[in-house]
Design a protein around this ligand. Structure first.
Ligand code: MN
Length: 603
C-alpha cells in the first residue's frame, strides 16, 4: 500500500498549550509564518482549545484579531481549530443560535478545518456544530475522544465513527488527549474504522508516556492518512511527536510526507528561542511521564489534583485520590477524562477522599451530570448515587441543548455598546466575566498583558531581590513543610502584581492586589474560625459564587446557603443545623478559606 502522509502541525496551538500553558503570543507567531506557509502542511492548528481563554484572560489579545492576522500571514495553508462541540470554547452548553453564530464567524475570520469533539463522545452534542460548519462550506472533522474502560470497545468507537459519518463529517480524528493509546491498540482501532468508514483518519496523540510516535507509525501502516505533530523544539513529552522526526522517519518510503526537512529545521531553531521566553510556564515534567499508563489519569489532571491537595495541606493523600478516580468514573458511567469531565471527576474524587466519606459533599457539576445535562454517559450510571445526589429531580434523556432557548439576543443586549462587533458578543458569550473585563479594558485603553520574566542566563533563574535578600523559605502549613523559592516578580500594573514562586519544585503564580506601594498578603481575611454548631464554613478554599440567604431567613438543616467555587467546580455549602440566619460574613466574589465562619445560624 502506498499513501502519502499528510501532516498537521500543532505548533501554534496544542504544542504551546501542552508545554507552555497556552501562553505563546501572536507577536511570536507572525515572524515565522512566511516559512510555515511554505512547508506544505495539510493544515496548521492555530486556534481553539484553551487559546481563546488564554488570549482574553492572560495575554490581553483579541483572539479574533489573532485569527485574522494568522490568516493573512498564512494564505496558502489550511487553518484548523479545536472546538468543544456544543460547549464551543467555553465551559457550558450553549444554545444552537450561539453555536451557529460562532462557527459562522470562525469560518469568516479564517478557520478552514473544524475538529469537533464532545467530552462524553455524545454525538448529539456535535450535531449543530457539524451542520454549521457544512453550511459555511468548511471541513468538518468528527472526533473520537479516546479513552479506555469496559465500555470503550473498538466496536463502540466504530459505532461513534459511523454516527458522525452519517452527519456528513469530512474526516474522523482519533484524539488521544491523555497519551493512553498504545501501538497495537491504535492499529486495531484504525483498521476497524477504515474497514467500516470511507473517510480519512487523523491521529492526534500526546507523547506523555513516550509511545505516540509508535502509535502513529502503526496507525499509518493500518491506513490512517493524517498525523498531528509539533515542530521539535516544542514537541514530545505532553506535546506531540516532533514534525522533523516523523518526516525523517517516513522519508523515502511509500508514506513519504514530501515535506522539506531543512526548512522545518530552520523553523525548529526559531521556536527553540521562543520557548526560552516562556520558561516560567514550563512544567517540571518536561520529559516522559508514564504514570498515565498505570493510573489512567491524564498529566494535566495530575497537576490540577496536586494543586487542589496542596491547598488543603493534603498532598500526601494523592495516591488515595488516584485510587478513588476510577471508582468515581465508574459511578458516572466511564466518561472520557477531558475538559470538562476531567475536572468533574477529579474534584469529586478529592472531596470523597478529604471528607473521609464518599459523596458526603457532591459538587453541583456532578449533580448536573447525573441529571443528564452534559449528555448521555457512555456506560451505566450508579443508580443509588443518582438518587442520593438529585433525589426526585428530573433526569433528561434529550440532547441537553434542546432545552435551551435561543440566547444570542440576550447576550447581545447584556454586553451592549461594549461590543464593537458580533465577534465581541461571542467573546463575551464564551467568558461572561473575563470577556466583559477584556472589552471594558480595551475600551478604556488599559489592557495590560501579564508580565514575562527575563530570559535566564544559561539555565539559571531570573535574579530576584538584591544581595542578602532572602528568596528561599521553608514554611509550615497544617503540619506540612513546604520549600518556597521566589523565582520572579512581575511588573506592577493595574494595581496588581504577579509573583512567581516554586513550591517544592512546582511552579506557582500569585497575584497580589497592590495598595499604593504596599503589597498586601493574599486574601487578608479577617473572619473568625468556625466553632459553634451553627457556623457555616467550606472544606475547600475558593470563591463565593452566590449567597442564597440573608439575615433573618429561616433555614432547614442541609439547606444550601452559599455556592462556592474551587478549581472551576461549584459546590453548595449547606446549613449544618436548622434555625435562623444571624449573620452573613461573605458576599458574592469573596475569596474564602477552609474553617472560616461564613454564615452564622442560630438554632
Ligand atoms: Mn491535544
Amino acid at each position: 500500500m502506498s499513501q502519502k502522509i499528510h501532516v498537521t502541525d500543532t505548533i501554534l496551538r496544542d504544542a504551546h498549550q501542552s508545554l507552555l500553558a497556552t501562553r505563546m503570543r501572536t507577536e511570536d507567531m507572525l515572524p515565522i509564518c512566511d516559512k510555515l506557509d511554505r512547508v506544505g502542511y495539510w493544515s496548521l492548528e492555530v486556534w481553539g482549545g484553551a487559546t481563546f481563554d488564554a488570549c482574553v484572560r492572560f495575554l490581553k489579545e483579541d483572539p479574533w484579531e489573532r485569527l485574522r492576522q494568522l490568516k493573512a500571514a498564512l494564505p496558502n495553508t489550511r487553518l484548523q481549530m479545536l472546538l468543544r462541540g456544543q460547549n464551543l470554547l467555553g465551559y457550558r452548553h450553549y444554545s444552537d443560535d450561539v453555536v451557529e453564530a460562532f462557527v459562522a464567524k470562525a469560518a469568516a475570520n479564517g478557520i478552514d478545518v473544524f475538529r469537533i469533539f464532545d467530552a462524553m463522545n455524545d454525538v448529539r452534542n456535535l450535531e449543530t456544530a457539524i451542520r454549521a460548519v457544512k453550511k459555511s462550506g468548511k471541513h468538518a472533522q468528527g472526533t473520537i475522544a479516546y479513552t479506555t474502560s469496559p465500555v470503550h470497545t473498538t466496536d463502540a468507537f466504530v459505532a461513534q465513527g459511523k454516527a458522525m459519518a452519517a452527519l456528513g463529517v469530512d474526516s474522523i480524528a482519533i484524539k488521544d488527549m491523555a497519551g493512553l493509546l498504545t501501538p497495537y491498540a491504535t492499529a486495531e482501532l484504525v483498521k476497524a474504522l477504515k474497514a467500516e468508514i470511507k473517510l480519512p483518519v487523523f491521529i492526534h496523540s500526546h507523547d506523555t508516556a513516550g509511545v505516540a510516535s509508535m502509535c502513529q507509525l502503526k496507525a499509518i501502516e493500518s491506513g490512517a492518512e493524517h498525523i498531528d505533530t509539533a515542530i521539535s523544539s516544542l514537541a514530545w513529552g505532553t506535546s506531540h511527536p516532533g514534525t522533523e522526526s516523523m518526516v525523517a522517519a517516513l522519508r523515502g518510503t511509500p508514506y513519504d510526507t514530501g515535506l522539506d526537512l531543512e526548512l522545518l529545521q530552520e523553523i525548529g531553531v526559531y521556536f527553540y528561542a521562543v520557548r526560552k521566553k516562556y520558561h516560567q510556564f514550563e512544567s517540571e515534567f518536561t520529559g516522559v511521564d508514564t504514570r498515565v499508563q498505570v493510573n489512567q489519569v491524564p498529566g494535566g489532571m495530575i497537576s490540577n489534583l496536586a494543586n487542589q491537595l496542596k491547598e488543603q495541606g493534603a498532598l500526601n493523600r494523592i495516591n488515595e485520590v488516584f485510587a478513588e478516580i476510577p471508582k468515581v468514573r465508574a459511578d458516572l458511567g466511564y466518561p472520557p477524562l477531558v475538559t470538562p469531565t476531567s475536572q468533574i471527576v477529579g474534584t469529586q474524587a478529592v472531596f470523597n477522599v478529604l471528607a473521609g466519606e464518599r459523596y458526603k459533599t457532591i459538587t453541583n457539576e456532578v449533580k448536573l451530570y447525573l441529571q443528564g445535562r452534559y449528555g448521555l454517559a457512555p456506560g451505566q450510571i450508579n443508580a443509588e448515587l443518582r438518587k442520593q445526589a438529585i433525589g426526585s429531580e428530573e433526569v433528561i434523556d434529550v440532547r441537553p441543548a434542546d432545552l435551551l432557548k435561543p440566547e444570542l439576543e440576550r447576550l447581545r443586549a447584556e454586553v451592549g455598546a461594549l461590543a464593537a462587533s458580533e465577534e465581541d458578543v461571542l467573546t463575551y458569550a464564551m467568558f461572561p466575566d473575563i470577556g466583559r473585563k477584556f472589552l471594558e479594558e480595551r475600551a478604556a485603553g488599559t489592557l495590560t498583558p501579564e508580565a514575562l520574566l527575563p530570559i535566564p542566563e544559561a539555565g539559571g533563574v531570573a535574579p530576584v531581590g538584591g544581595e542578602g535578600v532572602p528568596t528561599e523559605f521553608v514554611i509550615d502549613v497544617h503540619g506540612e513543610s513546604y520549600r518556597v523559592d521566589i523565582t520572579g516578580v512581575g511588573v506592577k500594573g493595574n494595581g496588581k502584581r504577579h509573583f512567581y514562586l516554586s513550591i517544592d519544585g512546582m511552579p506557582e503564580e500569585v497575584v497580589f492586589e497592590a495598595l499604593n506601594d504596599y503589597v498586601g498578603g493574599a486574601g487578608g481575611s479577617q473572619r473568625k474560625s468556625a466553632s459553634a454548631p451553627g457556623d457555616v464554613s467550606t472544606s475547600m478554599p475558593g470563591n463565593i459564587v452566590e449567597v442564597l440567604v440573608k439575615v433573618g431567613d429561616p433555614v432547614k438543616a442541609g439547606q444550601a446557603v452559599l455556592i462556592s467555587e474551587a478549581m472551576k467546580m461549584e459546590t453548595e455549602v449547606q446549613a449544618p443545623i436548622a434555625g435562623t440566619v444571624k449573620a452573613v460574613h461573605v458576599a458574592k466574589g469573596d475569596r474564602v478559606n477552609p474553617g472560616e465562619v461564613l454564615v452564622e445560624i442560630e438554632g
